[in-house]
Design a protein around this ligand. Structure first.
Ligand code: HEC
Length: 151
């Protein structure tokens, strides 16, 4: 008498199991989809503040590369010039990146301070690690001067 029941129960349990598993997967899909959509929207639409930070991060990475050149004693101009050039290119993009700050007199002064340090380093490229370190310190000071006022 009790024999037919267990199979029926387990079948029902199995059906219920599939149902809740389906529901779970469905909800999981919704959540994953919503998160992915939010992520893509943020990437596609971007914030107005994405670009300035990207410019800064590239400069930061290039400064890091210069530091590594010194750490590895790879201080030939062929090692370091590309980084100085990349820094100079980025420093020339501030007007487009910092739309709200570009008319501020102090911001302009700090920007040209950085560009002047870089122009100097590019005009007479450092030939050894001592020179790279000196240039790096001067450039880093120009970064800091502006960050003190605007970051
Ligand atoms: C003329 C001004 C100015 C100069 C010069 C400057 N910065 Fe910045 N920096 C800023 C401002 C403003 C922010 C904040 C940007 C934001 O959060 O939107 C910032 C933010 C940063 C950040 C954080 C980015 C992030 O993801 O939040 C880094 C890293 C950075 N700067 C590196 C540098 C380096 C390296 C240099 C020099 C080679 C430099 N900056 C020179 C104005 C400047």
């Amino acid at each position: 008498m009790s024999d037919p029941q267990p199979p029926r129960n387990s079948a029902a349990a199995k059906r219920g199991g599939n149902g809740s598993r389906f529901l779970f997967m469905f909800l999981l899909g919704l959540v994953v989809g919503a998160v992915a959509l939010a992520y893509l929207m943020r990437t596609w639409l971007g914030g107005p503040d994405t670009y300035p930070r990207a410019v800064m991060q590239v400069m930061s990475a290039q400064m890091g590369q210069l530091k590594q050149s010194v750490a590895r004693s790879n201080c030939n101009p062929t090692d370091t010039l590309p980084h100085l050039q990349a820094l100079r290119t980025m420093a020339g993009q501030f007007d487009g990146a910092f739309v709200e700050l570009r008319d501020d007199r102090r911001f302009i002064a700090h920007s040209s301070g950085l560009r002047a340090s870089l122009d100097e380093a590019l005009a007479s490229p450092p030939l050894n690690c001592a020179g790279v370190t000196a240039a790096q310190q001067e450039i880093g000071q120009a970064c800091q001067d502006c960050h003190q006022d605007f970051r």
